[in-house]
Design a protein around this ligand. Sequence first.
Ligand code: AHM
Ligand code: MG
Length: 326
Amino acid sequence: MKQQWTQDNLTSLQSSILAEEQKHPGATGEFTWILSAISLATKAIGNKVRCARIQDVIGDIGEQNIQGETQQKLDVIANEIILRCLGDRDNIGILASEENETPFLLRKRTDGGKYAVLFDPLDGSLNIDSSVGVGTIFSVLRLSDLGSREEAMLRPGVEQVAAGYVLYGSSTVLVLTTGNGVDMFVLDHAIGSFVLVSKGLKIPSENKTYSINEAYTNKFSDNIQSYLRWAHENEYSSRYIGSMVADVHRILLKGGVFLYPPTDTKPEGKLRLMYEANPMAMIIEQAGGKAVAGGERILEIKPDGLHQRTGVILGSIDQVDAVLQH
Ligand code: AHM
Ligand code: MG
């Protein structure tokens, strides 16, 4: 009798991806190669995050990144770890980081560089000093025949072949989609492996919880202000951590809606389309949720630049629709 996956089986990230690849005829295992590098990098970053105060890597370095934001010491360390772990993977053509102005053009499509990997090395890094959950977000695109230049990566989120994040919280959690549902793995420190704990995650509905930086209320559009007034009158609850990975992870498991809309001072929004919004939108949609910006599906936005920003509204379909009704 063929054995089915159950909660009692011990399945590592590696074997889960290999099993997934075997379902696709002609699969070469290249993907496993990329994800094993991501797994190694995020274990190393998680380790640094946990020891940050002991190793004196708390606080900023006094310099700004391309986004005009002050870089934390751990932003720089996390970025270097990812570049070191992914840089020598033969099938990665381009590596692009939220922290670097220009992407690393590693190898041409004709030399085997089939994929681009985009990442936010340490999302929510301002929360590090207070030991609040932070994370790494990643997105994988197949490079088109356009070549291996930066423009080849300016593809809408629907073309992502994989997306995921790792949350360094009370446990280290890796959430991954390769376009076939969403799986969740937890790092078992004793064996050093990410172990599958949930397959085919689905976002619950009917959770009247919103996640937004409410201090910006007067700077939001009339629609968002009207939604917030309506939510106050309708027994909603509010949860906001200020690390997108942690806020989205809670919504993935519990339901509700996450919003980072444009404000008067940030008319484009704050979050980055390619490094944050697209991978999170793919995960949320794959889990049966909805992700929109300015009335449009986030995954269909055609990017103009790698560091482009966007508004974000994502979560359970019913809760996103409740926002859009205003
Ligand atoms: P970062 O990538 O520089 O850490 O910034 C992104 C973070 C998100 O994790 C979070 O949702 C948002 O910024 C919080 O911003 P704010 O402090 O304006 O509420
Ligand atoms: Mg971020």
